[in-house]
Ligand binder design. Structure first.
Ligand code: ACM
Length: 264
């Protein structure tokens, strides 16, 4: 299975330009699954609600989702991409899953980071795994990484690959996702953006790049640089994520002891 992450620099508010740019990368290679950054179509740093009213889109009947469907059809692959979603009750920081057959579902970011809390509603659809034939995939977004429950929930539901659109500004996630991969014996794909945004009187945000793919034993298959734009595609065998035996005596799921964990 050929899987890839797209790392690039979206321009704030230039939806058509950002989708065009992503398409230019996506049509240069063949892939079965491609993950794009969080909010890849709009950029990240919203500073008022009107901006979201103009730029957020319906899912699945919005401009970006429809463009992604055409790309997925043309490339005969699956896409996970972060977009700003407009719903009747407000806005969500969402990730769509699109296949050659069209829209398959979307995830709404559960753990909002920093000023996202001013604009977006926390996700209300929970965590779900999708069977895309070659693999089962789970969707999470960026800051969800710091809550190990997210990766665990998806892995317990059978995900082989965790797909993580991201707009990372803190330095920790790339290394933390190696741990998420080891503790769940899954592949992780992190597609981050690069560049900076400074809008209005808000703090400047610097996005750290370093998009990566990790295998179920925690091997870093690659990590991109902090400042380059690239679609990086590699071949993996998703079946490697279905062996949960760490030693002949240790199965990472069967050895769990929920009865002794005090989580609440
Ligand atoms: C983040 O969740 N965008 C850091």
């Amino acid at each position: 299975m050929k899987i890839g992450v797209l790392q690039f620099q979206p321009k704030f508010g230039k939806v058509e330009m950002n989708v065009n740019r992503a398409e230019e990368f996506l049509i240069t290679k063949s892939w079965d699954l491609a993950v794009l950054p969080e909010l890849f179509n709009t950029g990240y740093q919203f500073i008022d609600r009107k901006e979201l009213e103009h730029q957020a889109e319906l899912i699945p009947n919005g401009y970006t989702t429809e463009r992604l469907i055409r790309i997925a059809q043309r490339q005969q692959g699956y896409i996970v991409a972060g977009i700003a979603e407009k719903a009747t009750e407000g806005f969500y920081n969402s990730a769509v899953l699109i296949g050659p057959q069209g829209y398959l579902g979307h995830y709404r970011k559960v753990h909002l980071f920093y000023e996202e809390k001013l604009w977006f509603q926390p996700g209300d659809k929970g965590f779900r795994v999708y069977d895309i034939g070659m693999a089962k995939i789970g969707l999470m977004i960026c800051f969800d990484w710091i809550f190990p429950e997210v990766a665990r929930t998806l892995a317990l539901q059978g995900a082989d690959i965790l797909c993580q659109p991201a707009n990372l500004v803190l330095p920790y996630c790339p290394d933390a996702m190696i741990t998420r991969a080891i503790e769940n014996r899954v592949f992780t794909m992190t597609a981050n953006r690069i560049g900076t945004e400074k809008r209005g009187d808000r703090n400047e945000l610097h996005f750290i790049g370093q998009s990566q793919i990790v295998d179920p034993k925690g091997n870093l298959l690659f990590r991109l640089k902090a400042d380059t734009e690239e679609l990086k595609v590699i071949k993996i065998d998703p079946a490697a994520a279905r062996d949960k035996w760490l030693t002949t005596h240790n199965h990472i799921f069967k050895d769990r002891r929920p009865e002794v964990y005090a989580l609440e």
